[in-house]
Design a protein around this ligand. Structure first.
Ligand code: NAD
Ligand code: GLY
Length: 357
C-alpha cells in the first residue's frame, strides 16, 4: 500500500492507495473520531462496495443514504437530503460522513459535511479513476446550478482519502478513459517527465495493469497534494489544475449535464487551450499535436460536438470562477509541462478557437 500526505498543518490528512484498502479498516478507521457515521453512495456503487465499508464500522451508530446516479443529481436538493439523513441519524458535531463513489458523491457529500453544524468530518472513498486522481483530494466540494457547474460550494478538507484500486475493475470503459484525462492534465501542466511516462505506458494503462495504474494514481495524487498544500484556497498555483476546465465546464453545461463526461470535456478543453496557446505564440503547434496524440491514444474526444454554438460557449465561460472583474483568465501553456494563468486574451480569438474546435 502507498501512503501519501496532504500537508496542511493540523488539518493534514493521509491518502491510502492500494488494492483492498476499503476492507482494511485498520488503515482508515482512525480517521473517524465520533460515534456516528453516515455513508453516502449511489444506486450503482452501493450494491458493489457498500458491504466492504460497513464491515469496518463496528461499534458505530451508522446509516446509509443512497442517491440516484448521475451528474444531474449533484444538486442543492440532494445536499438537503443528505442533511436530513444526518439529522435522522442524530449526528452531532463529531459525526463523520463517508462518501463512497465517484466525484459526484464526493463533491456532494463533502458539501453537506461542510454545512452540517457548520462543518463535520468526512472521509473520501473514491471509486472512479477521476475521483481517485483528482476530486477526492484537495477539499473542493459543491453542487451544480442550472447556471453552471460547481457554482455553490465550500473548501472543506476530508480527514482521509481511501483509494481502493480494486474497485476500478467494475468501472465502465468510458468512465475509466475520462479519468485518464485528468491524469494527463498533471503531466501537461507541470511534469513533462510524467507526460512522457504516460506516453510510454499507455498500453499498460489502457489494459488497467495494476502496477501501471497504481503508479499513475500515486503520481497524480502526489502532484495534487503538493499543489493543495502550497495553495489550498486557489490564490495562485492551484488555478493551473483547471487547465482545460474553463472550456470544459462550458461544454459540459451547454451539452446538458451527463451528456459529455467531465473528463471528456476536460480532454476537449485541454486541446482547445493548447491550440489557443499556439495561436497566441506561447507554444509550438507541435506541443498541441503531442497532446492531441496522447488524448487520441486514450480514446478521448478532442473536438467540440458540432451542435454546440461558439457564442453560447463563450457566454458560459464568462461565469468561470477564475474570472476577475468580468475578465476571463485562462490556463494556457508554454508547451508540455509549462502551464500558466493568462488574462486579457481577446474574446474574438477565443471564439475563433471555439468555432474551429
Ligand atoms: P461520477 O461520480 O458520476 O461517476 C461516474 C460513473 O461511474 C457513475 O455512473 C458512477 O455511479 C459510476 N461508478 C463509480 N464508481 C464505480 C465503480 N467502481 N464501478 C462501476 N461504476 C462506478 O463521475 P466522476 O467522473 O467520478 O466525477 C465527476 C464529478 O467530479 C463532476 O461533478 C466534477 O465536477 C467533479 N470534480 C470535482 C473535483 C474537485 O476537485 N472537487 C475535481 C474534478 C472533478
Ligand atoms: N480540480 C481542480 C482543483 O482541485 O483545484
Amino acid at each position: 500500500m502507498i501512503e501519501l500526505d496532504v500537508a496542511l498543518g493540523e488539518r493534514s490528512y493521509p491518502i491510502h492507495i492500494g488494492s483492498g484498502t476499503l476492507q482494511q479498516a485498520s488503515c482508515w478507521r482512525a480517521a473517524i473520531r465520533g460515534r456516528h457515521a453516515l455513508i453516502l453512495s449511489n444506486t450503482t456503487v452501493a450494491p458493489l462496495y457498500l458491504d466492504r465499508v460497513i464491515s469496518g464500522l463496528d461499534g458505530l451508530v451508522h446509516s446509509t443514504l443512497i442517491l440516484e446516479d448521475g451528474e444531474q443529481y449533484k444538486t442543492f436538493e440532494n445536499a438537503a437530503r443528505v442533511l436530513d439523513a444526518l439529522a435522522r441519524l442524530g449526528a452531532n458535531r463529531d459525526a463523520t460522513l463517508i462518501a463512497l463513489g465517484g466525484g459526484v458523491i464526493g463533491d456532494l457529500g463533502g458539501f453537506a459535511a461542510a454545512c452540517w453544524m457548520r462543518g463535520i468530518d468526512f472521509v473520501q472513498m473514491p471509486t472512479t479513476l477521476l475521483a481517485m486522481v483528482d476530486s477526492s483530494v484537495g477539499g473542493k466540494t459543491g453542487v451544480n446550478l442550472a447556471a453552471g457547474k460547481n457554482l455553490v460550494g465550500a473548501f472543506h478538507q476530508p480527514r482521509a482519502v481511501v483509494i481502493d484500486t480494486s474497485t476500478l475493475a467494475t468501472l465502465p470503459e468510458r468512465e475509466f478513459l475520462a479519468g485518464l484525462a485528468e491524469v494527463i492534465k498533471y503531466g501537461a501542466i507541470g511534469d513533462a517527465a510524467f507526460f512522457a511516462w504516460l506516453e510510454k505506458h499507455a498500453q499498460a494503462l489502457l489494459a488497467r495493469e495494476p502496477d501501471a495504474l497504481e503508479a499513475a494514481i500515486a503520481a497524480s495524487c502526489r502532484h495534487k497534494a503538493g499543489v493543495v498544500a502550497r495553495d489550498e484556497r486557489e490564490l495562485g498555483e492551484r488555478a493551473l489544475l483547471n487547465f482545460g476546465h474553463t472550456f470544459g465546464h462550458a461544454i459540459e453545461v451547454e451539452a446538458g449535464y451527463g451528456e459529455i463526461l467531465h473528463g471528456e470535456a476536460v480532454a476537449i478543453g485541454m486541446q482547445l487551450a493548447a491550440r489557443l496557446s499556439s495561436r497566441l505564440g506561447l507554444a509550438d503547434a507541435a506541443d498541441a499535436d503531442r497532446l492531441h496524440a496522447l488524448l487520441m491514444r486514450f480514446n478521448l474526444p478532442t473536438r467540440i460536438p458540432p451542435d454546440l454554438d461558439a457564442s453560447r460557449l463563450l457566454e458560459r465561460m464568462r461565469l468561470d470562477k477564475k474570472s476577475v472583474s468580468g475578465q476571463l483568465r485562462l490556463i494556457l501553456w508554454r508547451g508540455t509541462g509549462k502551464a500558466e494563468i493568462v488574462a486579457g486574451v481577446a474574446e474574438t480569438l477565443i471564439k475563433e478557437v471555439l468555432a474551429n474546435g
